[in-house]
Design a protein around this ligand. Structure first.
Ligand SMILES: [Fe+2]
Length: 370
């Protein structure tokens, strides 16, 4: 049975995995003070000790161990009546408790992968829930068509809310269309990130992953962007980040308990594209070689091309010598309310990828050795 969304909230909260923390994010309809109680602790959405209320989306950072043990958290909300300098007035406290399912198993891990939803909600949600609630929900970019208005910024939360209902760990990765529009420069206020960076590592139980962000898909000077992007410099910073992840291997992909190593990227940068998308050969070559030599990922999950395809090592789409399969999945068709995409089941030394559409038609199955 679907969990009803409280009137005060646009959607259920979403629990994003970032680094070794969870970021619980909640979009609200009205100015509201908010905290989260979990275990014996209370976590506040504050600015240097001042509780925030002038924001559409609240965020709480919790150590994963706290929520994994408690298996539930409670949102504590006080809507603002008048935030005057003295004796501000608020409505009565409203609390909403959510159950949470930490990933505790090491096999039969079911990942729902949605990318390129481009504003669609019901078809991708239907696809993601075909086989019941997944263990992990991965939202891999181009979630809305652009970041030009707040309604588009809510699409991520509408998808995650309907699939995860606040109880399943989620991962977000930015797509190239997310970089466009007036709110794109403030995307970090609306999406999970690591100290403002859209590239980061995450841990969900025995699954470790790195989210890499290619930014835009053409050169910065392309007229479509009108001087608004500087992704080349951004990608160079990301190379330094990847080198630092490798320097910290013992706390990252080589840490105790890591069984699966994933790369998540909206753009499949392992492939070299036709013009005008044939950018950054050297940077992407460096990323692939760092991953190949050090991280040794077992699987990479991508979207961007609006096809459900598999790019294998040494295949025609392997431009840089990748040594892992790249699952490229998600086909949206807005006019037909159609969406097809991948479910990935991790099982010890194999991954089974099922491509289905929202009407439960099985389009493809790939069994990959990890
Ligand atoms: Fe797309």
């Amino acid at each position: 049975m679907k969990l009803a969304v409280p009137e005060l909230l646009y959607t259920h909260p979403t629990v994003f995995a970032v680094g070794k923390d969870y970021q619980i994010m909640v979009p609200v309809k009205r100015d509201t003070l908010m905290s989260v109680k979990c275990g014996d602790e209370e976590y506040f959405d504050d600015s240097n000790g001042i509780m925030r209320s002038k924001c559409m989306i609240h965020r709480f950072n919790l150590p994963q161990a706290v929520l994994d043990e408690a298996k539930e958290y409670t949102l504590c909300c006080r809507p603002i009546i008048d935030r005057k300098p003295y004796f501000p007035e608020t409505e009565d406290l409203q609390t909403f408790t959510y159950a949470f399912c930490p990933l505790e198993k090491t096999q039969d891990i079911r990942i729902a992968h949605l990318s390129d939803t481009h504003g669609l909600v019901e078809p991708p949600v239907a696809r993601a829930l075909l086989d019941g609630k997944p263990d992990i929900l991965l939202l891999n970019g181009d979630i809305a068509d652009h970041s030009g208005n707040e309604e588009n910024m809510l699409v991520l939360f509408r998808l995650a809310s309907a699939v995860a209902e606040g109880g399943v760990p989620c991962v977000f990765s930015r797509g190239n269309h997310d970089l466009r529009g007036a709110l794109a420069e403030r995307l970090e206020q609306y999406t999970p990130n690591a100290n403002g960076n859209s590239y980061y590592t995450f841990r969900i139980g025995c699954v470790w992953g790195v989210v890499l962000d290619c930014g835009e898909d053409k050169v910065d000077e392309h007229e479509e962007y009108g001087h608004t992007v500087c992704c080349h410099a951004f990608r160079k910073r990301e190379t330094a980040f990847l080198e630092q992840v490798i320097a910290d291997a013992a706390q990252e992909y080589a840490a105790d308990g890591v069984k699966y190593r994933l790369v998540v990227s909206h753009v499949p940068f392992t492939r070299h594209n036709r013009p005008p998308f044939d950018i950054e050969f050297d940077i992407f070559d460096r990323w692939v070689s760092l991953l190949r030599e050090h991280v040794k990922p077992q699987l990479m999950l991508c979207g961007h091309v609006h096809k459900n395809v598999l790019y294998l090592p040494l295949g025609e789409n392997d431009a840089h010598g990748q040594q892992w399969p790249v699952v490229v999945a998600s086909v949206p068709k807005k006019d037909e309310a159609y969406f097809s995409g991948a479910h990935i089941t991790l099982n010890a030394d194999s991954a089974t990828v099922e491509i289905k559409d929202n009407a439960d038609n099985l389009l493809d199955t790939w069994v990959l050795k990890l």
